[in-house]
Design a binder for this molecule. Structure first.
Ligand code: GTP
Ligand code: MG
Length: 277
C-alpha cells in the first residue's frame, strides 16, 4: 500500500468517532442536562467501577474482592457530541435480589429506565455471568455486553468467540481489559449506537412453552399496568409476583412499586462524607 494511501486511511481512523480517543471527554460529577443514562451492571468483581472510572475520570473504589460498591454512584462523560450520565451499580448475581446492595442494582436496572444497560461480564467465568445477563435481556433490549478481563482470559489460554456470542445473544459484545483501557473506545461507540437508536437489537429471549404461564403473566401484567401506569417491565413484575418475590409483593401491596425508582443516588460527595465520618 502506498504511503499516501496509508496516511489517508490513518486520517480516516482519527476522525471516526469509534477510533478517536480525544472524542471521549470525562466529565467527573458534572452531569447536568444529560442526553442518555447508562447503567453499569454485572456480577461482583467484574470491573464495573474500573470501567466507570475510566469513562468519567472519577475514583470510585475498586479492589480485588466482591462487594466493594454498595450504593450507586453517578458520573458523566461526553461522547460523539452527546452527554451521558453513567451509573455504577453494586455487583449482583441475579435480578432476584437477596441483599440490600443487590436490591440497589436490581431496582435501578428495572425501574430507573436507563437508555442503555452495559452488562460487564468476567471473560474467565462466562458461564456463571450469563445468568444475570440473560435476566437483563428479559427486561430490556438496550444492552451492550462488556466482555471484561480479556487479558486474564488470555493468560489462562481461554479464547472466546465474541462474534458468535454477540450473534447468539442478539446484542453487541465488546472485549475489554478495563484496567489497561483496552476496548473502551469501542465500548463507548457501541453505547452510543444503542443509545441513539442507530443499532436496533433483537436480544435472545428464553422461550416458555407453557401457555398457562404466559396466559397468567399476560393477565397479571395487564392489571399491574392499570394500577401503575407508566411502569416499565410490567411483565417482569408479573413473573416475580407469581414466583413470590417478597419485596415486589410488598411494593405492590403498599402501592409503592413506582417509588422504587425515586430513591436518590448517593453522590460522590455524600459517599466521601459517609466514609469519612
Ligand atoms: N487484569 C484485569 N483486572 C481488572 C480488569 N478490570 C478490572 N480489574 C480489576 O478487578 C478488580 C475488581 O474491579 P472493580 O472495578 O472494583 O470491580 P466491580 O465490578 O466494580 O466490583 P463490585 O463493586 O464489588 O461489584 C480490581 O482489582 C480491578 O483493578 C481487567 O480488565 N483486567
Ligand atoms: Mg464496583
Amino acid at each position: 500500500m502506498s504511503e499516501e494511501r496509508k496516511s489517508a486511511l490513518h486520517a480516516g481512523c482519527e476522525t471516526c468517532p469509534a477510533h478517536h480517543a480525544a472524542n471521549l471527554k470525562k466529565l467527573g460529577v458534572d452531569m447536568e442536562n444529560w442526553d442518555y443514562v447508562v447503567a453499569l451492571a454485572g456480577n461482583p468483581n467484574t470491573g464495573k467501577s474500573t470501567v466507570f472510572n475510566a469513562l468519567t475520570g472519577l475514583r470510585q473504589h475498586t479492589g480485588n474482592w466482591p462487594g466493594k460498591t454498595v450504593t450507586r454512584a453517578e458520573g458523566g462523560f461526553v461522547y460523539g457530541g452527546n452527554r451521558y450520565k453513567i451509573v455504577d451499580l453494586p455487583g449482583t448475581y441475579s435480578l432476584l435480589a437477596t441483599s440490600m446492595d443487590e436490591e440497589v442494582a436490581r431496582d435501578f436496572i428495572l425501574f430507573g429506565q436507563p437508555d442503555v444497560t452495559v452488562v460487564v461480564v468476567d471473560a474467565t467465568r462466562l458461564e456463571r455471568n450469563l445468568n444475570l445477563l440473560l435476566q437483563v435481556l428479559e427486561i430490556t433490549d438496550r444492552v451492550v455486553v462488556c466482555l471484561n478481563l480479556i487479558d486474564e482470559a488470555k493468560r489462562h489460554n481461554l479464547t472466546i468467540d465474541e462474534r458468535a456470542l454477540a450473534r447468539d445473544l442478539g446484542v453487541p459484545v465488546v472485549p475489554t481489559s478495563a484496567r489497561y483501557g483496552d476496548g473502551l473506545e469501542r465500548l463507548t461507540s457501541e453505547i452510543q449506537s444503542v443509545a441513539t437508536g442507530k443499532a436496533v437489537l433483537s436480544p435472545h429471549r428464553i422461550q416458555s412453552d407453557s401457555s398457562e404461564l404466559s396466559d397468567a403473566v399476560s393477565q397479571l401484567a395487564e392489571q399491574i399496568a392499570e394500577e401503575f401506569p407508566g411502569l416499565p417491565n410490567a411483565r417482569w413484575v408479573a413473573l416475580r409476583l407469581l414466583d413470590g418475590d417478597s419485596r415486589i409483593v410488598e411494593a405492590v401491596r403498599k402501592g409503592e412499586l413506582g417509588d422504587l425508582t425515586q430513591v436518590g443516588p448517593e453522590t460522590m460527595a455524600e459517599a466521601a462524607r459517609r466514609s469519612a465520618g
